[in-house]
Structures are given as C-alpha cells and as structure tokens.
Write a protein that binds this ligand. Structure first.
Ligand SMILES: [Zn+2]
Length: 68
C-alpha cells in the first residue's frame, strides 16, 4: 500500500505537498521557466474559436435591420 515517495522533478529531493510535484517554489519556478523558455515555446496568441463566435453573435444582435 505505501506509495513510493514522489521526488522533485527538478532536483530529486522529496516533494513538499504545497509545491507538488516539486520540493520548493524555487524548483517549481525553475521547471516553469524551463517550460516557457524551452522547447515548448508558445506562439503568438490567437483568439480562440469562442471569441470569434461571441463577436459574430454580437454583430447579429446589433444588426440595424432587427431593431425595427
Ligand atoms: Zn527540488
């Protein structure tokens, strides 16, 4: 039943519950910056489909032909 103690994915020390899956905020930050600056670079932000839909619906609602 006892599970193997999780180890910090950054430095290998025992994980601290508050910072899972890391041992400290420092290690969490290290991993995050590695994530953001590394191979998983995020491209320029594009509006998601939902945004386009909301804009289209708003255009329909303000259609002058519907106001009369
Ligand atoms: Zn660590």
């Amino acid at each position: 039943m006892p599970r193997a103690k999780a180890k910090c994915t950054t430095c290998g020390k025992p994980v601290v519950q508050a910072y899972r899956p890391f041992c400290s905020k420092r290690c969490a930050d290290v991993d995050l910056s590695r994530w953001l600056g590394g191979s998983y670079a995020i491209p320029a932000v594009e509006p998601p489909d939902e945004w386009d839909m909301a804009a289209a619906i708003r255009e329909q609602d303000t259609d002058p032909g519907k106001l009369h």
